[in-house]
Structure formats: structure tokens, C-alpha cells
Design a protein around this ligand. Sequence first.
Ligand SMILES: [Zn+2]
Length: 429
Amino acid sequence: MPIRSILFFASILFGLYLYISVLNPGDLQFQIYPGVNLRASLALLMLLAFLAGGLIVAFTDALRDLKRTLELKGFKRRQKALWEYLEDAEEERSKGDLVAAEEELKRAIKLLPGKPLLYLKLAEVYRAQGKLEEALRAVRAARTKGILLQGLFAEARILLDMGRKEEGERVLIELLKVHPQNAQALRTLRDLKMKEGSWGEALEFHERLLKSSPESDGELLVALRYERAKTLGESDGKEALKELKRLSKAHPLFVPARVLWGDVLLERGRTKAALEVFRKAFRDTKNPVFLQRMEDLYLREGNPRGAVHMYLEVLSDSPDDPIVRLLYARLCLRLGMPEETLSRLSEGEHQLSRFPLFFHLKARAHMEREEWQQAVEALQKAMALEGREPAITYRCEACGHLEPEWVDRCPSCLKWGTFNASLSSWGPP
Ligand SMILES: [Zn+2]
């Protein structure tokens, strides 16, 4: 209390004292013990009563302050110890000593058993050690003590680790009820559905994820729509065709959708429409898979002339495309036209003579014509190039994986629409 206010109260008290003592000049007499008397003026008694009251108030205040200070000290001490345990646990964990980290966390919990975060951390350490039952118990303790979202997610992850897929999924759905935009939960559920091939559900979760975090993978959206259309194609061809058309319009360079669009049309007997789809798709993407599809289709329909025309048309558009030239030369061989094979090959010799396939085709054409000497020479050249299998190979543009046939999804890097035929995969560059 500042000196000024003390002086102010003291002077008021003193004034009051003077005033009362002037009005009541006589003394009062008390008996405080049989035979013991005390005399005092009324003003003095009043003053003493005031002072006693003030002292009592000041004393209880001081006591309360002392108690609070002591409590705070204890809390700070425990808090400090807690941080130390946590830091130690973190350090042990980063060193890979999970058992020591577990011990530190257990000590921290003993100190402050009400902190849900500690149980969550303990659950992580258990999970890293593969003690999944213990991890589950710890994470459920964290949940009952108040960590809801993180707790639910951690519980789901542990359940999934344990192979309890349905329970894990249920927990994630429960999480989404509380927080519908939770990206972790949406992503986990999407990946689960992708793994089990439930593409429709995977797509739904992915669309929800894109709404909440637009930075996530938009390419995957196209792939998932494609996969759903593929599943749809097995039951509802009409609906699948509609979706594939939309998908191809929106993403003309996504090859799988355009291949499937043509394939579904073929399955439904719409050969002409399928050819048209493949033709346009080749024009847009230059992916030889469409040429191969058209070639197969023409031959299956008993129309080899159609196939020849198709190649000649493409060759007149892009005469320098070595892949088209090789495919056409191979077709001519299939159709028993070795002369055409040889003449097309020799036209492209300057480009193609680096590739073993070129010599393999040449050798086979010479064999058809029973020109054994030239056939042997061509085979020798093919071998000199350390020829691999003269088959046409498709290469994943993302990871370099090779497949003998075009595939929609890379079995190695799991990406969609990355396969293209490349000459470099047909022999040494
Ligand atoms: Zn790949």
C-alpha cells in the first residue's frame, strides 16, 4: 500500500478518535477475569478494534499468498520434471532406444497422470516397438482423457497395423463424423479403398479430400475416375461409356481412358465407333497402343487392307516416326508381304539401323523370300547390336519399368497412364 494512502487512513482514524474521545470523555470499565479490571476510553477501544480487524485481514492475505506460492513452485517443479522426461523420451526415441523412451514416458505419466498427450506419445512408442495391444490401450486412455481427433486417428492406425481393418475403418468414419474435412482420415480411407480395389468409394474420399485441401493430387482424381469407369464397364456399359467420354474430353492425353473407351465400344459391338475413338486418340497422344489396337481390330474383322491403309495414312502424316514405320513393316510381314516390309525398312534405314528390331524384321522378310544369305547377314547385325527380344516394348515414363504390352497402370510405381512405346527400350540407343 502506498505511503500516501496509509497516511490518509491514519489521519481519518486519528480524526475519528479525537471526535469520539471529545464526545465520550469518560472511561469504560471491563472485567476480563474475576477481580481483574481494565479501564479504557471508548475511542481507544474503537481504534484498537479497527487495528485488530486490519491485522487479521492482512494476516489471512499473507497466508493465502504463501500457499499459492508454494503450490506454484510445486507445479513448476513438476512441469519442469515433465518437460525433462519428455525431452529425454524424445532423445531416446531419436537414438532408436524405444525401451528407454517408454520408461521416460511412463515416469512422466506417473508424475502427471491427467495429461492425455503423454498417453498418445506412449502409444506411438509402443507402436514403433510393435507392441500393438499396449499401444491400443494407451491411445484409448488418451481418448478418454480428452484427446479426441488425434486419439481417434492414432487408434485407427494401430487397428490397421493389427490387421483389424473393419474396426480401423469404423474409427476413421467416427472421426469424420466429428471433423468431416479431416485430411488424414480421408487420405487413409482413400488409400485403403484403393488397395482393396473399391474404386467408387476411393473416388468419393478423394473428392472430399480435394475439397478440403486443393493441393493434394489432382492427377489421382483422373485415375480414380478411370478405374471406377472400368468397374462400371463390367456391369453398366452405357454409364461407363458416358463417363469415359467425359474423361477423355477433359483429359485428352490420359491414354488409359481412351483405350478403355474404345475397348468398351468394341465389347458392345460398336466397331466403327471404336475405330474412330482409337484414331482420334492416336492423333492426340501419338501413343502406338492405338495403332496396335486398330491393327488387331482390322485383322480380327478380316480386313487387312484396312490395317494397311491405316498405317499408310499415319505414315503420310508423320513419315519420320520410326515406331510407326517398324509397326507397319511388321504388319506387312504378318500379311505375307515381305517386299513391302523390306522397302519400308530400307526407306527408314538411316533412323532404324540402330535398333535390333529393324534387323530382326529384315531377316524374317528375307527368310520369307528364301534369301538365306541376306537373312543371315541381317541376323548377324541384330546380334552385333546385342539384340534384345525383338518384341515391341512399352516403357513407364515415370519409373522406366518395361512391359511387353501396353498397360494402364505401372505395376512398379503404381502410376496410371505412363506407358508409351519408346525405341530406346527396343535396343541400345
Ligand atoms: Zn512406373
